[in-house]
Design a protein around this ligand. Structure first.
Ligand SMILES: [Zn+2]
Length: 303
């Protein structure tokens, strides 16, 4: 009974609400060099719903497999729905959404969809410094100016192990993916035991987030965070603190912070990465309890 949370790597989670199974993203089948999460999308034999945060492969891929095998309802952006339908999933399973929708999934579970923002990949890349590294600048740029920043950045992978980079290219080419986010979404999942906030990339509209007040929150910690359309003037730990301060959940976990795509990513679950987050939380949101969970640990988070 209650709400049980399992982390499945990157920003993928499973919520089980009295036996009702909700996947948050579907990405478990990663590059060979990434740590194994203990479950593949093809092995999932029970899912009632899948909520997709956005249409990049490290979030949407796997959702089409789970949906096809289980008949689960899929909530995602119009771009995510287009990709999943294109992969052969029955249109009747899809609930294309853009923020503002409320979907009842069962007697006890209602999902509300909100517009959200993707992290500033154009400036931060996927590899960032430590969680306490302060980044400033790059404010007020147009898309053309942002593209120029991106072009000068380190995303080409120079200096990385060429064999791992080849694995990565192969993986991207064979995995469900859109070059567009499709519009990042955030979700509030109401259950009989309380509410859960979920987003899968480090961005938010503060006007949306600050009044939501979930009981439990999953906050993404990767890249250069995006607040109201501008790169954060500060650190990733400060972004997590800001989210905690606005949402004020009783408990929260982090997402998107493991070493999900070596060699480009690094392990953000270490004490070196989490320490600054704990310090920031104790400063700005001392009543929020940060839970640290490993893969498939089955943690009861509500009820
Ligand atoms: Zn991502």
């Amino acid at each position: 009974m209650g709400v049980v949370l399992d982390w499945l790597g990157c920003a993928t989670f499973r919520l089980t609400v009295d036996g009702f199974v909700i996947y948050l993203d579907g990405y478990m089948d990663r590059v060979p060099a990434a740590p194994k999460v203990g479950l593949s999308a093809a092995e999932v034999d029970r899912a009632d719903a899948i909520l997709v945060g956005h249409a990049h492969f490290d979030h949407i891929a796997g959702a089409e497999v789970i949906a096809a095998n289980t008949g689960a309802t899929v909530i995602g952006s119009i771009e995510s729905a287009r990709l999943i339908e294109g992969a052969g999933v029955d249109r009747g399973q899809l609930l294309p959404s853009q923020g503002g929708e409320r979907h009842r999934l069962s007697d006890g579970v209602v999902v509300t969809v909100y517009p959200s923002l993707h992290s500033c990949v154009w400036v931060g890349g996927v590899a960032s410094g430590g969680t306490d590294a302060i980044a400033t600048g790059h404010l007020g740029l147009t898309e053309v100016e942002r593209a120029a920043v991106r072009g000068a950045g380190p995303l080409g992978g120079a200096g990385h192990d060429p064999e791992l980079m080849a694995q990565l290219q192969e993986h991207r080419a064979t995995t469900l993916h859109s070059d567009h986010t499709g519009g990042a979404l955030a979700y509030m999942i109401d259950t009989p035991y309380g509410s859960v906030f979920y987003h899968d990339t480090s961005g938010c509209w503060t006007g949306v987030v600050r009044d939501l007040r979930p009981d439990f929150a999953i906050v993404a910690m990767a890249g250069r965070a995006n607040i109201d359309g501008e790169p954060i003037q500060g650190s990733l730990a400060q972004f997590v603190g800001r989210m905690a301060d606005m949402l004020r959940p009783r408990r929260m976990v982090l997402g998107h912070h493991d070493d999900w795509m070596p060699p480009v990513t690094s392990d953000g679950t270490t004490e070196e990465s989490i320490g600054p987050v704990r310090t920031e939380l104790s400063r700005v949101a001392p009543r929020v309890e940060l839970l640290e969970v490993g893969y498939l640990e089955g943690t009861q988070v509500l009820g």
